[in-house]
Design a protein. Sequence first.
Length: 352
Amino acid sequence: MSTVKSSGPPSSLSPRHGSDYAELSRIIKQAGLLRRRPVHYAVKGTITLLVFAATWVVFGLLGDTWWQLCTAAVLAVVYTQVSFLGHDAGHKQIFRGRRRNDAVGLAMGGLVGLSYGWWISKHTKHHANPNVEDADPDLDIPALAFTPRQSRAKQGFLRWMAKYQAFLFFPLLLLEGLNLHWSSIQAVWRGEVKARTLEAVLLTAHILAYLTAVFLVLSPAKAVVFIAVHQGLWGLYMGCAFAPNHKGMLTLSKDNTLDFLRKQVLTSHNVLGGRWVDFALGGLNYQIEHHLFPSMPRPTLRRAQPLVQNFCTTHDISYSHSGLIRSYRHILSYLHAIGAPLRAHDATAARP
């Protein structure tokens, strides 16, 4: 990982004419890959919602038993799939108009207890500034350090976490579900979303319905464990779906001079693995194509991938991709390397 600054970027990363992106856009449009896929989303959305409803029916029928932990695991998967639909709606992948997409996004957010407005605001900033220090909100995670500068700035317990963040990374993801809920509540409470009243109603309804169902069916002890397993696995799944996209890739300073095409490609990473990976990661495994064309429907990303890769090869632009396990291994190696100077400094200071 390196940081590109306008004062002297490596020659291979020097900005070129913006017409490169225009040329790629023409290729993508001529292939018809930006056309909406309403039938696909109608089928996928219907199946996802039916599974969501069926899982809660099974939960009610099973009653007060520890087998409900299996239901919690299934719900974690279903919640993530519902969240993926909300993500697609946020990028206007389902409908052309903003209003209908927002309606779907708000509904999906309400089902899983997330503020759609808060997420849209955060995610839009990320897409505009992927892996840009002090501009990408996805790099602003207190418990982790993604750049040497962030690592040096850590103090106290956060410094200790940064030293061993590679070991703590996946355990921390177990808390991501609760973090998403809490961030949503804070954003709505502070009035940071447009549809504040509607989102407040949706979040309140979700919390009340969820807790009522869990504590009505399960004994208090089982209910607490059920919530911990469900929310923990949901956060882990969500984190595992988003983490390979940019972590361990090029980071940029605010004054970088890369054009749009190179900024999006060089900071993103694709995960290979076939259609089961496409399903498991909600199409986010085609992160390069998604960042270049955010409104491209999920089912066409797979067709766009070879076109984009060939274009990057022709224009001498590094195109990062690997298998799923290798992607996670790269993330952990990168995080461990970022923490290495802290470990070395403390080891030196501890010597007599």
